[in-house]
Design a protein around this ligand. Structure first.
Ligand code: 3H9
Length: 716
């Protein structure tokens, strides 16, 4: 049944509509793609509630999302504007939430897809929440550097208790409906049609007194238990979100919920919310949110370009990368053939995959049946049998041009005509590889990061002949694997590694001049990097980088300083974690500790190079490591090997452990001020020479015109 009279009262009929089903008013939010509470939606909801209130035939209300989801949150574009202009204040949902909670007839929130952030906050202001089993609920605001600022920190602990509320706000994790039911976040899981189930539920409870979440104080705990929960929450925040302020503020707001009456708790939350929204961390994290979604919009590629369907994949190489890539495909439910050259390599590869899945099963993260299904999707083999049927071949063999040229010549003959050929090379020239095939337009770089089943980044390397359809396929591959695919140009090291070379170089120079590896790493992790660069080198393998250097030795410029200490480690057999010795020594649990033997080696090398070791400050470590990276990033931009500075930020935050709360290296440079960065680069050029430190013309140009990389992006 439909009420035309009611429909006509709604001022925002496109965003929010209302219809009547057997005395139940169904209010539907239609704001694709994710029904965010953007401009007009709160007003549309308020109008719809007013209409439902005025209609005596309405006995209860259901709020539901149109399309694929409930409400995925406040409009982050609005939050972005508010973060840039904090005086204007963020969106204020208080009037809407109060009117929903005080609504005289029962209000049932019907959830499918996601109820996140402001969406969950709206749902919690309703009197009941029902959801389909697959629905996801959560308070992911910490991912944006903010807190659940629409009374979420006040209602959530009232529904789920203080420890669970802390966990949800600090981790930002999403819970499926059955867990939400156990937590008390929802009242019922609906089997079958959500709307029908929710309307039936609403009809059943019509006329009954409602309980408001704001009045439910029974789960707010006692001071002693709460103190312990807050302390544990702060520890959890320090561990999983080091340096981030939002989770700590969220705990503070939850604390207010336990100590103040609801209204005052909301006021305190609003103060904290506005403070977090105005923080540099929120600006940086909101930048990363949109940057991650922006990378799929590739300049010059029509978004409707068709892609080749990928139903089966062949992988060459069962080593760390090949195995990880095979797992990523199996996780997506797509069968893979994994080939290596010896039985031993294949056996080792499959054993590692099994061990990785088993660990996840043992931790309760993956059901055994799922592991079995995924293992069954991976076929280890010694030959190319079956490769003639696959839609995509990913080569993840030894990092040597000769090996790759041979392999691509061979697979070009085996693969069917419309099979895309990809290489996982991290540094080699894609065009040179593509040119040995009869289909250079179908050869693309898919540079995964280790462990490939976990790391979200894939650099999609665009060679000169790459066809739009192949590029569209590579982007679709990233989506299928739930990864972030960033299109980059074909230059040495592409974007990520190309910027890492000068970063590593400076770190090693600093060690040669007077710093110790642990000092460099500490400065970097205190800055916020997930790992220090020395520890990264040990994990990746000193021998690996050494080999890369050999590939490119012919490009070394005579007379230009190169790090020597890395060669010394290699020569001493200190190849990193795999040898329990690299920049650090490692125990059998791979815990690193400083090694006096390395210190001695470093001192000897410094003497050999003629350096009198000096005290190195943290500031010098950060300036040299970070600005070397940023300066290279600016060169990459002007050469067109990355489309936007934001793309570089995504590469670094998703693949290189750069802290998202600093927004990525280019955003970080913007926040420092490009004038200051440029001046420091000029100083370093004076000190260490133009071969190493010539400022990128783009950096100079932006610094001199008072602009930022973000502003440069807007001109793209
Ligand atoms: C909040 O609610 C604050 C309150 O506590 C306090 C307020 C006072 N707003 O990710 P996708 C866009 S904070 C605006 O590719 P999926 C997105 O940019 C918010 N836009 O889809 C993209 O646009 P485009 C708390 C949004 O299916 C398009 O939608 N909520 C928003 O892979 C598709 O996005 C969150 O943090 C938004 N809220 O994943 C949830 N959400 O096509 C954030 C998405 O132009 N969102 N867009 O590039 C997500 O996690 C995912 O989008 C979701 C869907 C899981 C919902």
């Amino acid at each position: 049944m439909q009420s035309d009279a009611l429909n006509s009262k709604i001022t925002m009929p496109d965003l929010v509509s209302i219809s009547i089903h057997d005395g139940v008013a169904v209010i539907t939010v239609q704001n694709p793609p994710v029904n965010a509470l953007g401009p007009g939606v709160p007003q549309g909801l308020a109008d719809a509630f007013a209409a439902a209130s005025a209609d005596a035939a309405v006995r209860s209300v259901v709020v539901i999302g149109g399309g694929k989801t409930f409400i995925a949150g406040a409009d982050i574009k609005e939050l972005e504007a508010a973060a840039r202009n904090p005086k204007a204040g963020g969106p204020d949902l208080h009037p809407l939430l109060t009117s929903v909670e005080n609504f005289p007839k029962p209000v049932v929130m019907a959830i499918h897809g996601t109820a996140l952030g402001g969406g969950l906050e709206l749902a919690m202001a309703g009197h009941y929440r029902v959801a389909v089993a697959e629905a996801l609920l959560g308070a992911p605001e910490a991912n944006l550097g903010i807190i659940p600022g629409a009374e979420g920190t006040q209602r959530l602990p009232r529904l789920v208790g203080v420890p669970a509320a802390i966990d949800l706000c600090v981790s930002g994790r999403l819970v499926k409906a059955p867990e939400a039911l156990t937590l008390g976040l929802i009242d019922k899981v609906i089997d079958g049609d959500l709307l029908a189930g929710a309307v039936a539920f609403a009809a059943e409870i019509a006329g009954q007194p409602v309980s408001k979440t704001c009045d439910r104080n029974d789960k707010l705990g006692n001071p002693a238990d709460n103190e312990a929960a807050f302390a544990a929450g702060r520890e959890q925040a320090k561990k999983i979100r080091p340096h981030q302020t939002a989770p700590i503020w969220a705990i503070e707001a939850i604390e207010a919920a336990t100590k103040l009456p609801f209204d005052q708790g909301c006021k305190r939350e609003r103060e904290i919310s506005l403070e977090t929204l105005a923080s540099p961390q929120a600006q940086a994290m909101i930048h990363v949110f949109f940057a991650e979604r922006g990378v799929a919009k590739v300049p010059g590629l029509d978004k409707d370009t068709p892609s080749y369907p990928i139903r089966k994949v062949g992988i060459i190489g069962a080593g760390t990368m090949g195995g990880g890539i095979a797992m990523a495909w199996a996780n997506a439910g797509i069968p893979v053939l994994m080939k290596d050259t010896t039985q031993e390599a294949v056996d080792r590869g499959i054993a590692t995959i099994r061990k990785n899945y088993q660990r996840s099963v043992d931790r309760g993260r993956t059901p055994q049946a799922v592991m079995d299904q995924r293992m069954a999707l991976i076929t280890p083999q010694l030959s190319f049998d079956g490769f003639e049927d696959v839609d995509l071949i990913i080569e993840a063999a030894f990092e040597s041009m000769e090996v790759k040229r041979q392999l691509f010549t061979e697979i070009d003959k085996i693969a069917k005509k419309d099979c895309v050929l990809a290489t996982n090379t991290s540094t080699l020239d894609i065009d040179e590889i593509a040119n040995v095939t009869s289909r250079p337009q179908m050869v693309v770089g898919l540079h995964f990061f280790s462990p490939a089943n976990v790391m979200r980044l894939v650099e999609i390397v665009r060679g000169k002949d790459l066809a739009p359809q192949t590029l569209a396929t590579a982007l679709a591959v990233a989506r299928t694997l739930k990864k972030v695919g960033v299109v980059v140009g074909n230059c040495r090291g592409f974007v990520g590694n190309r910027m890492m070379f000068p970063y590593m170089r400076e770190a090693q120079f600093l060690v040669e001049e007077g710093a110790l590896p642990e000092q460099v790493d500490k400065a970097l992790t205190n800055f916020g990097m997930a790992m220090g660069i020395m520890a990264v080198d040990d994990m990746g393998g000193i021998d690996l980088l050494w080999r890369v250097r050999q590939e490119y030795k012919h490009l070394d410029k005579p007379g230009v300083r190169k790090p020597v200490i890395h060669d010394r480690l290699y020569e001493a057999g200190r190849w990193g974690q795999k040898r329990s010795a690299g920049w650090y020594k490692y125990d059998d649990k791979l815990k690193a500790s400083p090694d006096p033997e390395v210190h001695a080696l470093i001192e000897k090398t410094s003497a050999e190079l003629g350096f009198t070791r000096r005290a190195i400050t943290t500031e010098e470590i950060i300036d040299r490591c970070l600005y070397a990276m940023v300066n290279e990033g600016a060169k990459i931009l002007e050469e067109g090997h990355a489309s936007r500075a934001a793309d570089i930020d995504v590469i670094y935050t998703t693949g290189y452990g750069f802290p998202g709360w600093r927004g990525g290296p280019m955003w970080f440079a913007d926040t420092v001020g490009l004038k200051k960065v440029y001046e420091r680069v000029c100083e370093l050029e004076q000190q260490f020479g133009s071969d190493l430190w010539a400022p990128a013309p783009l950096l100079k140009q932006l610094a001199e015109s008072g602009k930022t990389f973000a502003q440069w992006d807007e001109t793209r």
